[in-house]
Ligand binder design. Structure first.
Ligand code: ADP
Ligand code: MG
Length: 579
């Protein structure tokens, strides 16, 4: 029975395991650590990951991506005539990761620690837990993504006392957190984020720039062309993290359009997005429970590799930003560190992690009976260190009042109607003059994000309530039903004998002539590309083509050289050359 940790990303998901003092990333069936968080319905059933991502272009109407952005909402995705909620699609991604992990570890996986953006509210957190349940794993704990990133950084870089700003820029979300590191204590003291800002927006900005430069209207493109344009934009963006220029090409209405991108141009194109990031960093600093003194800037997430962003941040803070070698894996590795702490591993036992409440919690209140609108009386302010317990006393508003009713909310808005309602608790009081009777409300918020509310009235009556999202309370029957719906997932295992062919080609390479060598490397890369595309069809085609070529190579290379043949060739007399 194993426990794995999962970075359930908007764009990519990863799993790793903590074993014998080591954090090991778990490869998927393609040998890659990142599995695209994409689900697609095919004729054979549901597929997840690389293969599904490919279908974003080939069959967009049957493919869903970025559903994490809508976790906890009632958005319905219709794939192949079946409807899915975001948590059901997430469950499919978790199932895929678990299945890959079980193969890798050779034991059943029953538990997981999963990361969520710090800004996820209660519904989104509950939907994440529910997704894991549907996938058949129990959630040991949900951990905030920036906390994980900070842990990873703390374990890997020079430990200086002071604060670091962790900026996690992924495909669809941005999380900024201010982390105070003192000796071996890692404490998150402030967070801010945007659930709708990520690398996808960069792709979008590039795509729009491409259209405006080429004077084409984006709306005039058909869906396939739009998808190709986005893919081109992403490819160019990724290429710019290791090259000075990148070229985009789009063919539409029999005309070819081009754009050459540079990092300088990227800075221009993304100026507005970078400005939004700056504002969120500002907000995170403002949200801190105490004034931070910043030592380091740490950039994680796939989009951390955008050089124009690194330059922008370096200029902004007038210091170098830290980008880890594989910033896309940093969160998963950080949760792995946490798993190590949890398992009380000696190596990392001395790091202590604390977390903060990602949002304010309070009750609805009115200043007087004339007040029409109910405002939010905050009991636990955002960024309070967890676990925590806070209390406040409330008095009756009018003469003869016999009960005090408390509706519980989460959020940062002044009026409760704009915040998320979590539940309610009512206690009785004795009829009396207004303001004479009271009740004390205590909020206890634990490290797992579970809120316990206890209300004690002056009459001695006590009511306690654990606030858990109703959604988590699926009946056994309902849960079984959802699980059943998701069993139809198929493993995109296509008999890829390509690996054998690659081995053969690599073996033949050493005996090949320079021209054959060139040909062999081309064939290997063709096979690899088909393999990484994750498309069974492309793999099969590449396999068939290569099988024949390999046979030919084998034949040619094994042929004994006929010296007589060589010598009759008058054009090339290598005996002469030897002299
Ligand atoms: P998420 O946390 O949303 O799942 P990731 O951290 O995996 O996302 O980041 C995915 C994003 O990173 C995508 O938008 C992708 O285009 C971008 N990305 C990946 N590699 C690079 C790179 N080399 N340069 C710039 N962006 C990259
Ligand atoms: Mg991420």
């Amino acid at each position: 029975m194993a426990l794995i940790v999962i970075d359930l990303g908007t764009t990519n998901s990863l799993a790793c395991v903590y074993k014998k003092g080591k954090i090991i990333l778990i490869p998927n069936q393609f040998g890659k650590y990142q599995t695209p968080s994409v689900v697609s319905s095919t004729e054979r059933g549901l597929v997840v990951g690389e293969t599904a991502k490919n279908n974003l272009i080939l069959s967009p109407e049957n493919t869903a991506a970025a559903f994490k952005t809508f976790m906890g909402t009632n958005k319905v995705y219709s794939l192949g005539g079946q409807n899915f909620l975001p948590e059901e699609l997430s469950a499919l991604v978790i199932k895929q990761l678990v299945s890959d992990a079980e193969k890798f570890l050779d034991e059943p996986v029953t538990e997981a620690i999963i990361s969520v953006p710090a800004y996820f509210n209660d519904s989104q957190r509950c939907a994440t837990k529910l997704a894991a349940q549907m996938a058949g794993v129990n959630v040991e704990r949900l951990i905030n993504e920036p906390s994980a990133a900070a842990l990873y950084h703390q374990l890997n870089y020079e430990k200086k006392d002071g604060c670091i700003i962790v900026i996690d820029f992924g495909g669809g979300t941005l999380d900024v957190s201010i982390v105070e590191c003192f000796e071996n204590i890692v404490e998150i003291i402030g967070i801010a984020g945007d659930n709708h800002l990520g690398g996808n927006d960069v792709d979008n900005a590039i795509a729009m720039f491409f259209c405006s430069q080429n004077e084409i209207s984006f709306d005039s493109l058909n869906n396939e062309e739009k998808a190709i344009l986005y893919k081109q934009a992403e490819k160019a963006k990724i290429s710019l993290s290791s090259n000075d220029t990148a070229t985009m090409v789009l063919l539409t209405q029999n005309k070819e359009y081009r754009l050459i991108l540079t990092n300088k141009l990227m800075a221009e194109i993304c100026g507005g997005l970078f400005e939004r990031i700056r504002k969120i960093i500002n907000q995170a600093v403002k949200n801190c429970s105490r004034r931070p003194i910043i030592n380091d800037l740490v950039l994680v997430g796939g989009s951390a590799q955008i050089i124009a962003l690194q330059n922008y941040l370096s200029d902004l803070f007038d210091r170098q930003v830290h980008v880890s070698p594989n910033p896309g894996n940093a969160i998963a590795l950080g949760i792995g560190v946490y798993a190590g702490i949890k398992l009380r591993d000696e190596e990392i036992q001395d790091i202590v992690m604390t977390d903060v409440c990602p949002f304010s919690l309070g009750v609805g209140a009115r200043h007087s009976t004339e007040d029409k609108t109910v405002y939010m009386e905050t009991i636990i302010p955002r960024s309070t260190m967890l676990p925590c317990a806070k209390e406040k006393t409330f008095y009756t508003l009018y003469d003869g009042q016999t009960a005090l009713n408390f509706k519980i909310y989460q959020g940062e808005q002044y009026y409760v109607e704009n915040n998320l309602e979590l539940g309610e608790v009512t206690v009785g009081v004795n009829p009396d003059k207004a303001g004479n009777q009271w009740a004390k409300v205590t909020f206890m918020y634990d490290i797992n994000g579970i809120l316990c509310v206890s209300v004690k009235s002056c009459t001695g009556e006590v009511k306690e309530k654990e606030i858990v999202n109703e959604k988590l309370h699926l009946s056994r029957e309902e849960l079984e039903k959802s699980k059943e719906k998701l069993t139809n997932i198929i493993q995109s295992q296509f008999n890829f004998d390509g690996n054998e062919l690659i081995k053969k080609l690599v073996y033949l390479y050493q005996f090949a002539s320079p021209i054959e060598k060139e040909h062999i490397s081309f064939v290997i890369s063709d096979l690899e590309n088909a393999y990484f595309s994750g498309s069974p069809v492309m793999c099969k085609k590449a396999y068939e083509r290569t099988k024949e070529i390999v046979k030919e190579f084998e034949h040619n290379i094994s042929q004994e050289i006929n010296f007589e043949d060589l010598l009759i060739n008058d054009d090339y007399d290598f005996w002469d050359e030897e002299e």
